[in-house]
Design a protein around this ligand. Sequence first.
Ligand SMILES: [Zn+2]
Length: 302
Amino acid sequence: MHKFVKALTLYSFTILCVPFATQAQETSTGQTPAFVVHKLTDFLYAIGEPNYYQKNYSYLLVGTDRALMFDSGANQKEDITSVVRNITDKPLSLLPSHLHFDHLGGLHNFQSIYLVDMPFTRQFKGKDDFYRVPEPVYLGNIDHMVVPPFKVARLIKPDETIDLGGLKVRLISVPGHTQDEVALFDETHNILLAGDHVYPSWLLAGNLKDYVASLDATLKVINEQTAIYGAHADEDPTRVPAMTYADVRAIRDKMVLIHAGRAKGEAFSDPELIKSSELYKVEKDISILTNIQFTDGRVYGY
Ligand SMILES: [Zn+2]
């Protein structure tokens, strides 16, 4: 979950994506593509959805043996794996950063799905081995979207390492946005894929105590040189949501103040989805939303 402002209509991806090697996947109708690929390194690609109002970014890691998608995007109609197949033909798995609908849109296109191994996720497994995530968890009604049942090829415990062949990432549990929120850390290359734990826009706090603890833990893992990539862009949907150590520290410091009741927020609502909330500005386009009630009356948090 993220912000609820409609993305600006984009004129040209080629020009706007200049800082990154971009392979726009043109649709047959000639409209702006659903997915735009940004090559970040030889083994890491960001796949953005600049037309989608939440401006999601999913990430593709390519090892010598396997490839892994971190999130599957929000789009259920276009197949994100066809974009991946233009980059690599390695066996492909998907790991969602958490079980919100905007990260599960392409889930049904994956033959191999990984999931964080914790009581919260295990409860969704049925006797037939299919996982059925309830709508109040994935919140798909917001986009009139249904997450289908799925099988899990591999459960991954917090701090377990995923070896893709010449490329290893460690799964880090970072609850706060949701209970099951995870990040991936590549220690060798000092890269953190942060999902919805941190990104440079409106952060939705599900549990302030957990969020502060997770941010403290993250700051012990990363350093000033870490490349940090989140799952939602800032105001510019064509820009890969990269962050710095200082950004994460600023978010942590503000979250501590909010949790202690010592920060001043402002009432915030959004006609589409947020009936009421408190908004706390952090820096740049980054802010924190708490006490969120959706327009359908549901309260967010755990
Ligand atoms: Zn999200």
